[in-house]
Design a protein around this ligand. Sequence first.
Ligand code: GRG
Length: 293
Amino acid sequence: MFDLPAYLDRNNERIAQTLRVLLDRSQRGGRLVEAMRYSLMAGGKRLRPNLCLAAAEAVGGNSHDALTAACAVEMIHTYSLIHDDLPAMDDDELRRGKPTCHIAFDEATAILAGDALLTMAFETFTSLPGCPPERCLEIAHIVAVAAGSRGMVQGQMLDMLSQGTALTLEELEHLHSLKTGALIEASLAVGALVGDGNPEQIETLRIYGRRVGLAFQVVDDILNVEGDPAVMGKAAGTDQLRLKNSYPAFLGLEKSRKFAQDLIRQALAAISAFDAKAAPLRAIAGFVVERNK
Ligand code: GRG
């Protein structure tokens, strides 16, 4: 039986250590780097970097080689959370169990910390240790597509525009495939590339990523209704307050849970041809639906 908590604990320590090293490159960063460090080191589940490491292992690579790329993905995720929490967006005061970046610092500093994390991520992708330049370029391109106007940022835009208006279920899925799914899918592609996976393996892992990414969002919506803010380290009940389209609003809680489980079954089916080296990916899929934060 694969011990996922031990796997995540071990990885999260390695991720934290690598992030510290990457941040320490900007030793004279002062307040800006302090704000970047504050949000980056505030914890979080580290789902995306763990998926990246697990994908590298699944294709027969060494997770150590994927650590730096995994951390760069986490920088992009953290930037998106800092900006999402700003007053102009979701206006949240609690994230990862701590005051959000703009509350702990100030709005301008939070904007700049997000900008600098996004930029640092691409500095990191384009100079991955031991990675041939053309592969670094391919990785940077994959993440840029997933994070920008064809991916996460566009998803955020659609989310903002759709508040208070009723989307169809198809439109909701499209929004989330961009806002949440694209970076999750990219995390897997990046890990598989660093691990020297072949195109077929990479495509299969992307399919797994799309299913897991959507399941993750469905569970996020469920937790927004019934999760415990003290456990999640962020507010609950906000989707209803902000008139956001969500899976529980569409399907109800029970059907949403079933939908998330179906998606996880599909994700597991996609990677059924992988051998035991995909055990972490199989366990993470289960964790995504069972999580309480
Ligand atoms: C502002 C450019 C820009 C994008 C924001 C990711 C995102 C897009 C907004 C976050 C808002 C949100 C609640 C999205 C739903 C799913 C999600 C990404 C939750 C947060 O991710 P977790 O649960 O966070 O992995 P931790 O803190 O565990 O890393």
